[in-house]
Structure formats: C-alpha cells, structure tokens
Design a protein around this ligand. Structure first.
Ligand SMILES: [Fe+2]
Ligand SMILES: [Fe+2]
Length: 474
C-alpha cells in the first residue's frame, strides 16, 4: 500500500532514508513552482474529478475524487520487488537483477533516465493552453488527468536520480525543471517534445502516437536489469494506458462525428464538410502523417551502437523481452533495416544488436496499425468511402537512414522540389491549422454538452454519466 501520511506519498519506505527524503523535499517546492508556471493554464483553483493511485496492485489501484491539481498527491510508486528476478538479456543474463547501479553503467543509465524523465514535463508544457478550447467537461477532465500523471512520471524518474545518482542525479533533477518545450535556448531533449500541440486534434494525435512511444520505451526499460528502474516503469505503464485511451477515442470520436455529418448532409468535398463545422477526413489524415512521422524519429537511428550497448549491458531490453523465445544475447542474429541507395529504398540485414531501435519502432508500428484500423472501421461503418493510411516509414523523417531523403507517403523516393510541391497535401498546412483553430475558439463546459466537431464518448469516467460535473470551476 501507499503511505499518504507523509509529505511525499510513497511505497519505498522513504522515511527510513532521511538524506534522500530531505533531498526530495527540497526538490518538491521547485516542482510545485514549475507546476504553477507551466502546468495547465488558469487551472489551479479548479476541482477536478481525478484518479489517484492508492496501491500498486494491478486491480483497483485508483481512487476517484475531486482534487485541486496543485494538491494532487504526486509521489513515488514502484511495483513490489521480486526477490528472484534476474538480468534477463545481454552479457549479464542469469545474474541477480541489480539493486544498485553498476559503476560501469552509471553515466549510461543516468542518460537513459534523464531522457525519459525529460519527456514527462515536456508534454505538460505542450498541452498547457488547451483547457481554454476543450470540447467538453469530460475531455477537460481527461487532459488534466494526463497532465497530473505526466507530472507523476517526472517524480518517478527524479526519485531514481536522487536515490541512485547522488549529486549528479540531483543536478539532473533540477535541469528537468529548467528546460522548456520549444524554448530556443533551453529546449527539451527530444524533437517531438518541442513541437507545439496547438489544438485538440493535435492533442489526441499526440496521446495516441507519442504517448504510445512512451509506452514502448517504458516497456523496454521495464525489462532492465537495474531493478528499481524496471519496477518504476511497470507502474508508470498502468498510468500510460489511460493516456493512449484518451488519444485513440478522441480521434475516433472526431472521425465519428465527421462521418455522421457527411452522411446526414450527403457531402464529400472537404470544403463542404468544413462548412458544416466538422473536421474533414483529409485533414485528419495529414495530422496523422505528421504525428506518426515525428514520433517514429523518437526511436533513434535504425542502426545504433548505443542501442546495442544498452542491450548487451542489460540496461534496456526489447519489447516483451522475457516472452521472446531466443537466446536473449543476439550475437549471431540479424534484423532487416531499410535505407535509400541510388534513389531506391532497399532492405538489408543488419546485426540484430545494432538494429534494436528499428525493431522497437517496428513493434510500435504494428500496434499503431491496429489502432488506425479501428479508426478505419468507424469510417467504414458509416459507409463513407475514405481510407486512412499509415504513410511509409521513411516519410518526413529527420533521424536515421531516411533523414535527408524526400520520401512520399507511398514510399516513393522523390527529389526535394517534387516533395515540396506536395508537402501541404501530406502534412497539415497553414489553412488546416487555421480551420481547426477556428473550431476551437472557445471552450464547451456545460455538463453533458459536446462541441459540434466531436461525438460524445461511449461512457463516462468511473461509470459516471456523461453529464457528470467532471470539473468544478469555482
Ligand atoms: Fe509519461
Ligand atoms: Fe503519457
């Protein structure tokens, strides 16, 4: 169970380690300062119907109640330790899992934890203005839930930094509060986390695509031989599921509403669809293309000696590592990797160890394809002749073998000029942004009401009705 009587709720017996407790209590006001500055705009007095973790058991860990977000009980929750757990891959396979940081991997592990930790406050910063244009009270509550949990994920990584990395860790924890998404001088570490999230379609796409990158990174770290990291990530994954739910159902509800309006009014042409105040399907496809491609970059270079080292050292595993049936060392195996050679995309085998980023990206793409398939079913069920597609892996990429090449969504290698001529058919253009923005000029917050451009969800949160007062504005 989680101890909520302490200043910092935790299930790691924080009270027994006074030095650590004091260090974290010193960081806490800095975190609160960051939340007041960079958390959801003008939200600090709202009472929000939020879930809070009360145990780390998979069943029934959450309690729902009204909370002012600055009073949310951010804390440190790790899955219980399995005394028999081992390092399950790499050269240390079979050794007992590490309870302390192996000295030789200290700086590598620190970098992995900082990179993960940096994404958590970044997304809160990216989303902080969206409350002013929410399509319903239900959706407003959901974005706030995502935001407080990203804050908790930051706490999770900061605990590891403070507990296991001494002074360097404390400095890194401070830097995590100093960087700002999109800032020219002190940006967040990864590209996608410096992109703006200007509207709710972008928000749902972000939580579908980019939070799912978070899931896959956490899954790979949940396999880590460094046991505290694995246990932390396992609990974070239970929170992440809701974020992806918000994204998938958000896009799905937008598609559903668009299709309803198209059918009712017997219109197909995007300009006719827009005239009816809903988001046309080609615009949804362009948003999809954008968020998919910038998220694919987060997995890093297709061939990477860093990825090989992380694996060989036992620090970061593959997706579902322990469920895979092979030697978990990968010394003699290969994995297909694509590159552009002489204007053509060719696929070659690379050593599986160096291709681990690509493998994780492919696992991610499989899951994304399933989700896009579910969106497509909404369109098909409405009888609308439109097909959403996932662009080619090489489309609009800035990192890895496709970076610097101009690849169409169909996977055709183009010249720069030809690509640029089509750019705004494939990616959201200024008119799309202006149109979507025009739909979201104000917020809809009457209980049970939804903006015209989105369908209500199938059900409310925690079995509450759709017209429940999910947020009290005071
Ligand atoms: Fe997160
Ligand atoms: Fe998330």
């Amino acid at each position: 169970m989680i101890n909520y009587t302490e200043k910092i709720p935790n299930n790691v017996d924080l009270g027994r380690d006074r030095v650590l407790q004091r260090a974290l209590e010193h960081w806490q006001p800095a975190y609160m300062g960051w939340w007041y500055d960079m958390g959801p705009n003008e939200s600090h007095n709202y009472e929000v119907y939020l879930r809070t973790a009360i145990s780390v058991e998979p069943d029934g860990w959450a309690q729902f109640d009204y909370v002012k977000m600055p009073e949310y009980r951010w804390g440190i929750f790790l899955q219980p330790r399995d005394e028999k757990r081992e390092v399950n891959f790499g050269i240390h396979k079979g050794q007992p899992a590490w309870q302390e940081v192996p000295g030789e991997y200290r700086s590598t592990l620190r970098r992995v934890i900082v990179t993960q930790g940096d994404t958590e406050p970044a997304s809160v910063e990216q989303q902080r203005m969206l409350g002013a244009s929410c399509p319903s009270m239900y959706d407003l509550r959901n974005i706030f839930q995502v935001n407080v949990e990203e804050g908790r994920h930051l706490w999770a990584m900061v605990y590891l930094l403070h507990r296991y990395f001494g002074r360097d860790g404390r400095e890194e924890a401070e830097s995590l509060l100093a960087r700002r998404s999109g800032d020219a001088d002190n940006p967040r570490i990864l590209g996608a986390f410096n992109e703006p999230t200007p509207d709710w379609l972008a928000f749902y796409m972000f939580t579908f695509f980019t939070d799912r990158d978070g899931k896959f990174q956490l899954c790979a770290l949940a396999e880590s031989g460094f046991d505290p990291l694995a246990r932390t990530c396992r609990f974070m994954l239970t929170e992440e599921a809701h974020h992806m739910f918000v994204g998938e159902t958000g896009v799905s509800r937008i598609i559903q509403r668009t299709c309803e309006v198209m059918k009712e009014n017997k219109v197909q042409d995007p300009s006719d669809v827009r005239a009816l105040g809903v988001i046309d399907l080609p615009t949804i496809q362009r948003y999809l293309n954008f968020h998919y491609s910038v998220t694919l970059d987060l997995y890093g270079s297709d061939v990477s000696s860093n990825a090989a080292n992380y694996y060989t050292s036992g620090l970061k595993g593959r997706f579902r590592e322990t469920k895979l049936e092979d030697d978990h060392v990968l010394r003699d195996t290969e994995y297909p990797v694509s590159e552009v050679v002489g204007g053509k995309i060719v696929t070659k085998n690379a050593p599986a160890l160096t291709a681990l980023n690509e493998r994780l990206r492919d696992d991610y793409i499989d899951e994304i394809a399933d989700g896009v398939g579910r969106w497509q079913r909404v369109i098909a069920n409405a009888g609308v002749p439109f097909w959403l597609t996932l662009p080619h892996k090489g489309f609009h990429r800035a990192i890895g073998n496709f970076a610097g090449h101009f690849i169409s969504p169909d996977g055709e290698v183009l010249g720069e000029e030809a690509w640029k001529n089509h750019k705004f058919e494939w990616l959201p253009n200024p008119k799309d942004h202006a149109y979507v923005q025009s739909l979201m000029s104000g917020r809809v917050v009457e209980p049970g009401k939804f903006a015209n451009w989105i369908a209500p969800p199938a059900r409310g949160i925690n079995n509450q009705p759709l017209n429940f007062e999910y947020v009290r504005f005071n």
